[in-house]
Design a protein around this ligand. Structure first.
Ligand code: ZN
Length: 196
């Protein structure tokens, strides 16, 4: 903690932006909120803000409802404001849009305490809190997501089991072995097959 505190305000902002961006891009799985096309979450887009991330909008900058995956052409050049508003209304509703508009003038401290359940004093502490908060979110998300490699292994295993070849399996690495898992296996196979 002490080490982190030595960072300047603007460095902490950059760090918070970075962790939020990764979390949002992974959360939305690369689907652009304004053109609905699918991109690689890692390289194909940005964390796009509905209420722009200017210095007068600190209270909305790190609200996860205000941050959504947006492809680079949409976020950087086209800037389809109407499409973003339509997306916001559909995904979160008018009340949330009104909330975001009214909270955008909040300080970071007020945002962290009110929206993220923090108990911080001052803007730098608020940023540290926000960074930790989204770090945690990201960890949770990573736990749930399966890497492409792992999915390929799962698919191979699932396929073998479905074909009734359980005996070929290395028991140590076996994730699915019971009959009761079959429904799950079939849906897993279908899901992975879609990605191929
Ligand atoms: Zn787009």
């Amino acid at each position: 903690m002490a080490k982190k505190n030595k960072l300047t305000f603007s460095k902490l902002v950059k760090k918070a932006d970075r962790v939020c961006s990764e979390y949002i891009r992974r959360r939305d799985e690369g689907i652009c909120c304004t053109c609905a096309n699918k991109f690689n979450w890692k390289y194909g887009g940005d964390c796009g803000h509905w209420i722009p991330k200017t210095n007068s909008n600190w209270g909305a900058r790190y609200d996860e409802r205000n941050m959504n995956f947006q492809c680079q052409p949409c976020n950087r050049y086209k800037k389809p404001v109407d499409d973003y508003a339509a997306f916001m209304e559909k995904r979160y509703g008018k009340n949330v849009m009104a909330e975001l508009r009214s909270q955008k003038v909040w300080t970071l401290e007020r945002f962290a305490n009110t929206r993220l359940g923090g108990d911080v004093l001052g803007e730098k502490d608020a940023l540290l809190f926000i960074i930790d908060y989204y770090d945690e979110q990201l960890k949770e998300l990573n736990k749930k997501k399966i890497s492409p490699n792992r999915r390929r292994c799962d698919f191979a295993k699932a396929y073998k089991i479905l074909r009734g070849c359980q005996k070929d399996f290395d028991d140590d690495n076996m994730t699915y072995k019971e009959e009761t898992d079959k429904v799950g296996l079939i849906s897993l196979c279908k899901e992975i097959a879609k990605e191929w």
